[in-house]
Design a protein around this ligand. Structure first.
Ligand code: OSB
Ligand code: MG
Length: 357
């Protein structure tokens, strides 16, 4: 699927998105859907669309073919012997969660224990060709009602740019996401962000680091939020115990699925760590999973789940995800709550793999 606009982060630019949609079908005709959030290139994390195919086909699906699943939590338990490859695991587990909710005639949100009827959302803005363009874009999304604005930064596009945005939008909740573009050698520059009253800075340092982030958090007032560094509840516990962050961005794919996402949520809620749901430029199915997860009470900050039309001319679900005044109203139909538009899905489909159970 081609995105309406290219999206640029410190690691590169994305526009043509290829990804797996997973479908779990039972003998009564219920259809559960998942979406892999792995990208074509291993720039955000080591996983790619191609590694997902290898992992799903050669390791993960054979495991599921061996053992009956009673509850969706069983999936991540069965996958436990396979190291990492969390996005591949999550794509399969997500379809099982949706199927389970549909079999029980409840929403995925309810199956997860979520209670919110509507969720607060913000928006993530990529690196722009000019500061003027960025300020215009921020203005558009503020006018649309998004509850917080996230601005992508990188060395050379950071303090000075954010200062100009802050001057134009003195009261808007603003945060920055560096996607691991800095090191502690940038400490003095990063400390200048403290003057800008940012909600947080997301993943300033290396994608696999929690030690230097703890050092940085001691030197900065602005809360640090970890994204890339957190792959599990264990990573979360260690980061929190070290003081590496005050906030966690939970992405279902990055942590291996909804069961682990929920465990991280519960831990953060019990330890006073703020939590929000991150995004991976998902199409409708992944977006719907994010909406369902965000209904859990511990998601106390606006997430990155913007409306479908921010990304796509035509999404693969109906209705599409819409945002009104920074809110998404959680659908009430069983499972993910949105219908799959099979004709659109088929238009985008380039390959299909079928496995019997
Ligand atoms: O770091 O959160 C990130 C997009 C692609 C890869 C990584 C990230 C992002 C975003 C956009 O920030 C989130 C979205 O709008 O889905
Ligand atoms: Mg991020």
């Amino acid at each position: 699927m081609k995105m309406k606009h290219p999206f640029t982060t410190s690691f590169g630019t994305m526009q043509d998105k290829e990804f797996f949609i997973t479908e779990a079908i039972d003998d009564r005709g219920n259809r559960g859907f998942g979406e892999s959030v792995a990208f074509t290139n291993p720039w955000y994390s080591e996983e790619t669309v191609e590694t997902n195919l290898h992992m799903m086909r050669d390791f993960l699906i054979p495991i599921l073919q061996e053992e009956p699943i009673v509850h969706p939590d069983d999936v991540s338990a069965l996958f436990q012997p396979i190291k990492r490859n969390n996005m591949a695991k999550s794509a399969l587990e997500g379809a099982v969660w949706d199927l389970y909710a549909k079999q029980n005639n409840i929403t995925l949100a309810k199956a997860l224990g979520g209670e919110k009827k509507e969720i607060d959302v913000g928006i993530s803005i990529g690196i722009q060709p000019s500061v003027e363009k960025l300020i215009d874009t921020v203005g558009d999304f503020v006018a649309e009602g998004y509850k917080r604005i996230k601005i992508k930064i990188k060395p050379g596009w950071d303090v000075d740019v954010l200062r100009q945005v802050r001057e134009k939008f003195p009261d808007t909740p603003i945060m920055a996401d560096a996607n691991s573009a800095y090191t502690l050698a940038d400490l003095e520059n990063l400390k200048k962000l403290d003057e800008l009253n940012l909600m947080m800075i997301e993943q300033p340092l290396a994608h696999d680091d929690i030690i230097d982030h703890a050092t940085l958090q001691k030197e900065m007032q602005t809360p640090i939020c970890l994204d890339e560094s957190i792959h599990s509840l264990e990573d979360t516990r260690k980061a929190v115990e070290l003081g590496s962050c005050k906030i966690i961005n939970i992405k279902i794919g990055r942590v291996g699925g909804l069961s682990e996402a929920k465990r991280i949520h519960d831990y953060c809620r019990d330890h006073g760590i703020d939590v929000w749901c991150g995004g991976m430029l998902e199409a409708g199915i992944g977006r719907a999973h994010n909406v369902a997860l965000t209904t859990l009470g511990g998601f106390n900050l606006p997430g990155d789940t913007a409306g479908s039309s921010r990304y796509w001319e035509k999404d693969i679900i109906k209705p599409e995800v819409t945002v009104e005044n920074g809110l998404i109203y959680v659908p009430e139909k069983p499972g993910i709550g949105y219908e799959i538009d099979d004709s659109i899905l088929n238009q985008f489909k380039v390959e299909e793999y079928v496995f019997d159970f």
